[in-house]
Design a protein around this ligand. Structure first.
Ligand code: NAD
Length: 248
């Protein structure tokens, strides 16, 4: 049995589906204790069932500071310290310049940017020496894609925070890096666009990708585990997992 991460404590926001769940599974299967968070108790329960006894599920909205305080208190009581923090919770959505409302703008930034900033702030006191923090950005940081300027700008903010947090946490021996997925087949597009539009979007993504396919959550999970635990001389960087779409 692989026990590479035995004795390690991990927190993953938005860990009940997609990339977060795949990462939780990889790390729990290799011995880590994993706390996952999410907003829906039913989805969390299903994920917790799938992950087994090393996993713990804590319900909470990353855009709510009281929920983040409650998460930090739970993690402190149950795990004590944290060796890897994967800041993964996020939403996407179509926000054309002409028709985006203030409400759509605020929702995206509240979850994707404010949520990430305060997740790190609230959990930072629990991070152990040598811990790894991984923020989730996107290839939308560097590609001018149509109709997602709000999402893209939020992810670019996280790219920047990875550098600034690295500097602030360096004295404690904590590394902060970003994972930048390209198109990965999770439910995020269906949640944002509905099935038909998501299918059309995916077709275009596959056609434009040098590897002619989307990535899997497991492929991103392996890169997250690398950044969190093995990339011991890397901080402030961004690892792109995108089939080459930003590079070729
Ligand atoms: P997903 O929808 O399966 O995962 C996102 C998770 O975040 C879900 O579990 C969701 O419930 C949770 N979440 C959303 N809002 C939340 C909130 N307010 N509080 C707590 N949890 C919340 O999709 P995914 O593709 O696995 O996305 C994971 C991350 O990867 C996101 O940050 C996303 O922006 C990023 N990403 C995904 C892709 C892709 O193609 N799938 C590409 C680039 C970046």
């Amino acid at each position: 049995m692989d026990d590479r991460y035995s004795g390690k404590n991990v927190v993953i926001t938005g860990g009940s589906s997609g990339i977060g769940l795949a990462t939780a599974k990889l790390l729990a299967d290799a011995g880590a204790r994993v706390v996952i968070t999410g907003r829906s108790q039913a989805t969390l329960d299903a994920a917790r069932e799938q992950l087994g006894e090393r996993a713990r599920a804590v319900r909470g909205d990353v855009a709510s500071l009281p929920d983040l305080d409650a998460l930090a208190a739970d993690v402190r009581d149950e795990l004590g310290t944290v060796d890897a923090l994967f800041v993964n919770a996020g939403i996407t959505g179509t926000t054309p310049l002409a028709s985006t409302t203030e409400e759509m703008y605020d929702k995206s930034f509240d979850i994707n940017v404010k949520g990430a900033f305060f997740t790190v702030q609230k959990l930072a006191p629990l991070l152990s020496t040598g811990a790894g923090v991984v923020l989730t950005t996107s290839v939308a940081n560097v590609i001018g894609m149509r109709d997602i300027s709000v999402y893209a700008a939020g992810k670019a903010a996280l790219r920047s925070m990875a550098r600034s947090f690295s500097r602030e946490l360096l004295p404690r021996g904590i590394r902060v890096n970003a994972i930048s997925p390209g198109p990965v087949d999770t439910g995020i597009l269906e949640s944002a666009l509905g099935k038909e539009a998501a299918d059309r979007f995916k077709e275009v993504q596959v056609a434009e990708n040098p590897m002619r396919r989307m990535g899997t959550p497991e492929e991103v999970a392996r890169a997250v585990a690398f950044l969190a635990f093995d990339a011991t001389f890397s901080t402030g960087t961004e690892l792109v997992v995108d089939g080459g779409v930003t590079q070729l």
